[in-house]
Design a protein. Structure first.
Length: 427
């Protein structure tokens, strides 16, 4: 890859980032600066050849950089030149594989009955009113007690899960570079600047009526897989060495891949624990893990179904082939399509009626809603298939290679799969 092009891309992306930070801080736009950057992006993108199927890492970097520049240009143009964007254009610009969208309904039909069974199992086994009470973190004594409780348990899990991952895979060593702390923010997150994984106290702790505290072991394990391996290690490893600047940080066009990776490691960590009686004993959950694992499987399946149902709803709403979105007959047809796979019999009605105002004058569903379909992309599954074709399985040395490939770099869905294919061919 031409070093001059890489350096220019770094300058452009840094400047674009600076404009974004300035706009967020002062709540103003900089259209003249954005137009100037847009021209630079177009000029640089045109200097990079089109490569549909990269044959080596150099071609891969070129192809991925061009995708990123094209995507960034699209996002800028949306702000600078508001115009109508049809469904197919948005899908194309975000690099969302068409088969991942068309496959949503079939997946929902195949998994609807299993989801209903998961809901019923949870309902039969969980007494929600007595299961948990929210924490009153605004009360100093409760906050102090909760922080102490969370800190102790987070540290315990970080120690033993860290050891487990270090034994299983090379990238597990990067856990040593990450600090873990509790936060009163319900949403857990990773701060790449401080290399700190913040685990939400409200997400993992609840209170009994007598004021004693409970630890949600399942959620804490899930967060270590999703936020710890999937996001934190991804950030640390990507910035370690050897990657062009544009691959070392998450961006709008790479968020779908990053979330697919995090989802994968959320599942992996439960399987790792299932196969390690030693770690279960160290955590003191050997007697409860079977129930924890079963709850995770059911909960994850329900959440996956709900997410894919929402994505399918976007595809139905945005389907211009169905006709004018304001036509009552078209609306009724959309309600019917959604209700055929939904669990809640009122789902289709509420989705269609709730989105009546989200169409432009030409009948296109707004671009922001369509862009949410990037989360239906399945790059991890395709990447695994590339390794499997080469006889590389997810265990031992094969796992180490796959983990390093999945967690190093921030790629678009297409670039992620191409990178896996090339890495698999090297073995």
């Amino acid at each position: 890859m031409n070093e001059e092009i890489l350096m220019e891309s770094e300058r452009i992306l840094n400047e674009l980032d600076r404009i974004g930070k300035f706009g967020n801080k002062y709540r103003v736009s900089l259209p003249q600066e954005e137009v100037r950057i847009l021209d630079k992006i177009h000029e640089l993108g045109e200097s990079i050849p089109d490569i549909e199927t990269p044959k080596n890492q150099d071609e891969l970097v070129q192809a991925e950089l061009k995708r990123r520049l094209t995507g960034d240009a699209f996002l800028l143009e949306q702000r600078l030149s508001p115009r109508h964007y049809d469904f197919d254009t948005v899908v194309s610009m975000y690099g969302i594989p068409a088969e991942d969208i068309t496959g949503l309904r079939g997946w929902l039909e195949s998994n609807r009955e299993e989801t209903l069974e998961s809901i019923d199992r949870l309902y039969q086994t969980k007494d929600i009113p007595n299961l948990e009470l929210g924490l009153s973190l605004d009360i100093p004594s409760v906050r102090k007690k909760s922080e102490k409780f969370a800190t102790k348990n987070i540290g315990r899990y970080h120690k033993h899960l860290g050891r487990l991952l270090q034994d299983l895979t090379g990238v597990g060593n990067f856990f040593g570079d990450i600090d873990v702390v509790p936060t009163d923010n319900p949403r857990s997150y990773f701060n790449p600047t401080r290399k700190t994984l913040a685990i939400g106290i409200p997400a993992i702790c609840s209170s009994n009526e007598d004021g004693s505290l409970n630890l949600n072991e399942m959620e804490l394990i899930r967060l270590y897989g999703h936020e710890g391996m999937g996001h934190a290690v991804n950030e640390v490893l990507s910035k370690s060495n050897g990657l062009p600047h544009f691959l070392t940080g998450n961006a709008t066009l790479t968020t779908a891949t990053a979330e697919s990776v995090a989802q994968f490691y959320q599942d992996v960590i439960f399987d790792d624990l299932k196969n390690s009686q030693k770690t279960q004993r160290a955590l003191g959950i050997q007697n409860d893990f079977e129930d924890i694992y079963a709850d995770f499987v059911d909960t994850a399946h329900i959440q996956d179904f709900q997410q894919r149902l929402g994505q399918y709803a976007i595809s139905v709403l945005g389907d211009r082939a169905l006709g004018d979105p304001n036509d009552p007959k078209v609306c009724a047809e959309k309600v019917r399509l959604l209700n055929e796979v939904a669990i809640d019999p009122s789902y289709g009605f509420h989705v269609v009626e709730g989105n009546r105002s989200n169409f432009d004058s030409e009948g296109n569903l707004n671009a922001g809603s369509v862009a949410e379909l990037r989360y239906c992309a399945q790059p991890v599954q395709r990447a695994l298939e590339e390794f499997f074709r080469q006889g590389v399985v997810y265990e031992g040395e094969g796992r180490k290679k796959i983990d390093e490939t999945f967690l190093k770099g921030f790629w678009t869905p297409t670039g992620f799969v191409d990178n896996a294919r090339l890495k698999a061919e090297e073995i």
